[in-house]
Structures are given as structure tokens and as C-alpha cells.
Ligand binder design. Structure first.
Ligand SMILES: Cc1ncc(COP(=O)(O)O)c(C=O)c1O
Length: 416
């Protein structure tokens, strides 16, 4: 046979996802598969729901993963909530706002967008003002815009949505597990996370949560099944039924709830992975984990600045899990990334659309967010930039990061 054993290189992954998977998660994935209705498995499902409630800081009954990448969770939420003709406001401040807009349009919403320059976020008052003019049914917004490294404050917008009876749906794919997200306190009705970023679990599940405001909407859209329905029910077939089977949260909640109604075949090994990822988060403690992300982000930023490079984006709205760096004029950004990967086995990211080739993005997420990775990326980045003819302050980056790490008053939250 020509196909050899799998033998992928060991990489230092400093992108905004996917990131390095915690070895404990990889071990959990090798656990033997059991049937999805086996009590041994349904217990695992319940445990995952419980741990997600803690992660999301919510009392919501519904907290479970959708099988698929993060956008499957986004699509499930929007497909299940949007009724054709619903008015949806999507404030866009980067690439993933466009994704929300596109999915809303596909499900028949009347979408209105407002834009702010990439690298900034919205003044919440601007969104609230737009809501009072437009009177939307739903506001869909990204919390952590991975493409620009910015984080949108949500609380004021959430409170306005609640008081105007607007549903507030949030993509928190790049923040959950790395930065504070408070579903109940910030009046978020539906929220979607990702596994492959700050949870350090492979891509393949999208944990989400929603409250009774959304549950009511979903219940009102239940499809009456042929063969199961009575004649009268068939006559009044619900015209607003959810147009996707895979993403029908009404069906998914019957599978995750006590009735355990069959829907899809659960991605067993991914659920083991998510369970272990969540256990790791709770063992570390949410607040410690957020502090660890900020701690290493600061070390990275001190090194980048000491090198003489400029950061991209509003520093007051910077995401602790993504650092964006301006590419110096005349430098081939992809060639720098290529050399980092080839020579050092380190992966950093480019960005999208107008920012491609203009910024590099370095992720500090989950298991990848640790001291040796920060120091490795700084040292290698400097060497590669010098090879590309960039005038950097030689030797300064690592010294600045080491100064930061060895300050006597600072303690690594992991070691503290
Ligand atoms: C903020 C945000 N939303 C959504 C997505 C889409 O996730 P996926 O590629 O897992 O479908 C990403 C992925 O990078 C993201 O960063």
C-alpha cells in the first residue's frame, strides 16, 4: 500500500484557531465509543450541558453543542429563530459580521447592516440608536471579531434589546473560554461558541445556549410530522416551520432533553473531547483562565512593541486572544508566514479581505497560550523579519518578554 502511517509535523500553533489541542483532550478522544442512548453516554451529555452552563454564566435550560464547525451553531441558531421577513440588524465590524449577515439573508430575513471601520468597534449608543429607528426583531452581533482582533462591549446593547423586546444573538466563537462572557447578565438571548479556539478542542462542535424567549419562538415553529400528526394537525401544518432539519433546534432540544428523541447520530468522540476541554476550563477556573490569557497577551505585546512593530486596531478594544500587527511597507506578509512555518514549525495567521497582506494575526488561545510559545514566536518572528529585510530592534523582543515574565511582582496565573 502506498499510503503511509499518519505522521503530521509537531507545530507551534499561534493562529486564532484552530489552536493546539490539550493532550488530555486528545487522550479523551481515544475513549471507546458507546451507543448514543447508552446511559453511560447520556450521562456524559448531561455533564456537558451542566459544564456549559458554568462556562456561559447562565441559568438557561438549553446549553448543548451542535455537531459541525462553529458556523453550524450560528446557522442552527439563526435558522431556528429567523422567520421569513423578520427584520434583523447586523452591525458589522469585520469578516464574521459579514458571515452573520449572509446566514440571516439565506434564511429569509430582511437584513439591515451598519458598518464601522475594521480595527474599531461600535459605540453601543450607535447600535441602540439604530434599533430605535429600525425596530428590528433580532440583533445579531459578533463579540470577538477574530479578523480584526477587536472585542465589542455587549451589555448596554443587551439591555436595550431586552427592554425593546428584541432578540439578541451573539457569536462568541473567539472569546468563550478565553475572555469573560456573561450570557444572563448581558441579556444575551442566544449565544454560540467554538471548540477550536479558547477551549483547545478540535474543530467539529459548536456549543450554544438560548433562553426561554428563544425557546418559545422555536416551540411556535415546530413542524408537524407526516405520519405522526393527526388529520387536524396536518390541516394546520405550521407554515413557519424551521426550514432545516439538521439545524432545527426544536428537534435538537428533544434529543438533548429527557425525551432523547432520535435526531442525528451523535459525534461521540467529539463529545468526549468537549467534555475534557470543559473539565480543564473548570479545573483552571474561569477567572484564572481569563487572567492567563491577558497575562501572556501582555508578554507578546511587549515583545512586538519592543521589536519596533505597530499593532493594528483600537488598543482600548483589543481582544486578549488575538494580536494584530501591521505588516511593514514592502514586505511580503505571506512569505514571512511561510518561513516561520517552514523553518520554525510556527504558524501565525494572515487576515481576510481588505486586511489580507496588511496585518499578521497572532492568537493567544487556550493550550497554545503559554510562556514557551510566546517566547518561541517572538524569537522566530524577529529572525524571519530580519531575513526579509525589516529593520527591527534586534534582540529587544525576547528581552522585553523575558523582563515581563521575570518581574518579581507578576505571577503566571498558572503557577500562582
Ligand atoms: C468570530 C468567528 N465566528 C465564526 C467563525 C466560523 O467558525 P468555523 O470556521 O468553525 O465554522 C469563526 C472562525 O474562525 C470566528 O472566528
Amino acid at each position: 500500500m502506498n499510503y503511509k502511517d499518519l505522521n503530521t509535523p509537531i507545530r507551534t500553533i499561534m493562529t486564532p484557531g484552530p489552536v493546539e489541542v490539550d493532550p488530555r483532550v486528545l487522550r479523551a478522544m481515544a475513549t471507546p465509543v458507546v451507543g448514543q442512548f447508552d446511559p453511560a453516554f447520556t450521562q456524559i451529555m448531561n455533564e456537558v450541558m451542566d459544564m456549559l452552563r458554568i462556562l456561559f454564566k447562565t441559568k438557561n435550560k438549553w446549553c448543548f453543542p451542535v455537531d459541525g464547525t462553529s458556523r453550524s451553531g450560528i446557522e442552527a441558531m439563526l435558522a431556528s429563530v429567523i422567520r421569513p421577513g423578520d427584520r434583523v440588524l447586523v452591525p458589522v465590524y469585520g469578516r464574521f459580521g459579514h458571515l452573520l449577515m449572509e446566514i440571516c439573508e439565506r434564511y429569509g430575513a430582511e437584513v439591515e447592516t451598519i458598518y464601522t471601520e475594521w480595527g474599531t468597534v461600535f459605540d453601543p449608543a450607535e447600535i441602540v440608536q439604530k434599533m430605535s429607528e429600525m425596530k428590528p426583531d433580532i440583533v445579531a452581533l459578533v463579540h470577538a471579531e477574530t479578523s480584526t482582533g477587536c472585542m465589542q462591549p455587549l451589555e448596554e446593547i443587551g439591555r436595550a434589546c431586552r427592554s425593546q423586546d428584541v432578540l439578541f444573538i451573539v457569536d462568541a466563537v473567539a472569546s468563550v473560554g478565553g475572555a469573560d462572557v456573561r450570557v444572563d447578565e448581558w441579556c444575551i438571548d442566544g449565544l454560540i461558541a467554538g471548540t477550536q479556539k479558547c477551549l483547545s478542542v478540535p474543530s467539529g462542535m459548536a456549543p450554544l445556549t438560548y433562553n426561554d424567549r428563544i425557546e418559545e419562538r422555536i416551540d411556535s415553529r415546530k413542524k408537524v410530522e407526516r405520519g405522526i400528526a393527526t388529520e387536524a394537525e396536518l390541516q394546520s401544518q405550521n407554515p413557519l416551520f424551521i426550514r432545516s432539519n439538521y439545524f432545527d433546534l426544536g428537534m435538537l432540544q428533544e434529543y438533548w432533553g429527557p425525551r432523547r428523541l432520535n435526531h442525528h447520530t451523535e459525534a461521540t468522540s467529539m463529545l468526549y473531547a468537549l467534555r475534557e476541554g470543559l473539565r480543564l476550563v473548570l479545573e483552571e477556573g474561569l477567572e484564572n483562565r481569563f487572567a492567563r490569557h491577558v497575562f501572556h497577551e501582555k508578554a507578546l505585546v511587549s515583545g512586538i512593541k519592543a521589536m519596533g512593530l505597530d499593532l493594528f486596531g483600537d488598543p482600548d478594544r483589543k481582544l486578549p486572544t488575538v494580536t494584530c500587527i501591521h505588516v511593514p511597507g514592502g514586505i511580503d506578509a505571506d512569505s514571512v508566514r511561510g518561513m516561520l512555518l517552514r523553518e520554525f514549525g510556527i504558524e501565525i495567521a494572515s487576515s481576510f479581505g481588505p486586511l489580507h497582506g496588511k496585518i499578521w494575526r497572532i492568537g493567544t488561545m487556550g493550550f497554545s497560550c503559554r510562556r514557551e510559545n510566546i517566547l518561541a514566536v517572538l524569537g522566530a518572528f524577529e529572525a524571519v523579519l530580519i531575513r526579509h529585510g525589516v529593520h527591527v530592534n534586534r534582540g529587544e523582543a525576547l528581552q522585553a518578554a523575558l523582563d515581563y515574565y521575570t518581574q518579581p511582582v507578576l505571577k503566571d496565573p498558572v503557577e500562582a
